[in-house]
Design a protein around this ligand. Structure first.
Ligand code: KG4
Ligand code: ZN
Length: 337
C-alpha cells in the first residue's frame, strides 16, 4: 500500500511517499520559518498564502524523490485537523482535487495521530501506551489502546509547551522558533540557577499550565533587565533559559510518569516539535531506565511537522476505518481530538 501523505496544518508544507505505513520513500518539507521569523510567531494568512504557492511543487518533488508517479499511489492521506483552518484547507483541497481527478481513495488524518505514529517508524511498540504530544500548538496526554483512536486524558489549560518556548525566546529577543534556540543556549547554562514555578495543578491532575512560568520569566527580566535592552546584566541568559527549560521539562516528565501510574501502563511515546528538545529526550531516557518503561521518541527531524508521519498514520486509519467513502463530506477541522 503506497500512500502519498500531505501536511499543511501550520507553517510547514510537506509531502511524503510511504509504503505500508513504515517504509519511507521520500520526505519533502518546505519550511516557512523565514516568513514568520520577523513576527516571532506564525501569521495565519501568510502561512495559507505560502502553502498555496508551494504545495504542488512539494508534492511533485515527493513523488519524484520516491521514483513514483501518481499512478503508483494507492491512496492519499491528508491532515484534516487540528490546525489553522486556512492552512489546512490548502492541503485538503489539493488532496481532494487529485483524488477526484484520479479516482483514488482519500484518508483523512488527525495531525496529532500523525505525530504519534512518527514514534514508531524506526521501531514499533505495541499498544496500550501513554503518549505525550508536546508541540507548538498542543500539549496533551493520550492513552492509546490497540486499534482505537487515541483517548485524551489531560492537556494544557492555557499555552502549549512549545508556545511557552517561543514566547520566552521572543521576549528575550532570541529569534524564532524559540525552542531550538533555547535548547542550544541551555546547554551552556545552569538549569538550577533560578527556581521558576512548576504548575502541578493538584496531586492527581494530568493537566498542564505554562502561562505562569512565562509570566515568571517576564517578571524576572523586568526586575533584572532584558538582553534586548543591551548593557551588562546581573545574570547569564544561558542560566535563565536553562532554568526555564528545566521547569517545563520537570512538569512534562512528572505528569507523564503520573499518567503511566494512574493507567497502570509501562509503555510511553513522546512526540511533537518539543520532543526534539535535547534535555527532554535525556530526562525521558533516564526516567525510562530508572522506572523500567519502554520508551519511543521519534528522531528529531520527525518530531517537527512532516508528511511522513501523516502517510504513516493514514495507513493506521485505513486499517482501522477503511477508506473515506464520501470525498465531499470531508472538511478541515480546526479543533479535533
Ligand atoms: O510539531 P511542531 O513542528 O508544530 C506544531 O504542531 O505545533 O512543533 C513546533 C514547536 C515550536 O514551538 C518549536 O519552538 C518547538 O516545537 N521546538 C522545540 C525544539 N524544536 C522545536 N522546542 C524545544 N526544543 C527544541 N529543540
Ligand atoms: Zn505538529
Amino acid at each position: 500500500m503506497i500512500i502519498l501523505g500531505i501536511e499543511s496544518s501550520c507553517d510547514e508544507t510537506a509531502a511524503s511517499v510511504v509504503k505500508d505505513g513504515r517504509e519511507v520513500l521520500s520526505n519533502v518539507v518546505a519550511s516557512q520559518i523565514a516568513i514568520h521569523s520577523p513576527y516571532g510567531g506564525v501569521v495565519p494568512e501568510l502561512a495559507s498564502r505560502k502553502h498555496v504557492e508551494v504545495i504542488l511543487t512539494v508534492m511533485e518533488e515527493a513523488l519524484k524523490k520516491a521514483n513514483c508517479t501518481l499512478e503508483d499511489i494507492d491512496a492519499i492521506g491528508v491532515t484534516c485537523g487540528p490546525g489553522l483552518i486556512g492552512s489546512l484547507l490548502v492541503g485538503l483541497s489539493s488532496a481532494k482535487a487529485i483524488c477526484y481527478a484520479t479516482n483514488k481513495p482519500i484518508i483523512p488524518v488527525n495531525h496529532l495521530e500523525g505525530h504519534i505514529m512518527a514514534a514508531f517508524l524506526e521501531e514499533p511498540m505495541e499498544a496500550p501506551y501513554i503518549c505525550l504530544v508536546v508541540s507548538g500548538g498542543h500539549t496533551a496526554l493520550y492513552q492509546v489502546e490497540p486499534g482505537q483512536r487515541p483517548i485524551y486524558i489531560g492537556g494544557t489549560l492555557d499555552d502549549a509547551a512549545g508556545e511557552a518556548f517561543d514566547k520566552v525566546a521572543k521576549l528575550l529577543g532570541l529569534g524564532y522558533p524559540g525552542g531550538v534556540v533555547i535548547d542550544r543556549l541551555s546547554q551552556l547554562g545552569n538549569p538550577k540557577a533560578f527556581d521558576f514555578p512548576r504548575a502541578w495543578l493538584g496531586k492527581d491532575s494530568l493537566d498542564f499550565s505554562f502561562s505562569g512560568i512565562k509570566t515568571a520569566v517576564c517578571n524576572f527580566v523586568r526586575k533584572f533587565g532584558n538582553p534586548t535592552e543591551g548593557g551588562n546584566l546581573p545574570y547569564r541568559v544561558e542560566d535563565l533559559v536553562a532554568s526555564f527549560q528545566e521547569a517545563v521539562v520537570d512538569v512534562l516528565v512528572a505528569k507523564t510518569l503520573k499518567a503511566l501510574s494512574v493507567k497502570k501502563l509501562n509503555h510511553v511515546a513522546v512526540v511533537g516539535g518539543v520532543a526534539a528538545n535535547s534535555r527532554l529526550r535525556k530526562r525521558f531516557g533516564e526516567m525510562a531506565l530508572e522506572n523500567n518503561f519502554r520508551l519511543r521518541i521519534p528522531p528529531p527531524s520527525l518530531c517537527t511537522d512532516n508528511a511522513v508521519m501523516i502517510a504513516s498514520a493514514a495507513y493506521e486509519v485505513w486499517k482501522r476505518e477503511g477508506f473515506s467513502t464520501d470525498l465531499f463530506s470531508i472538511d478541515a477541522i480546526s479543533r479535533w481530538y
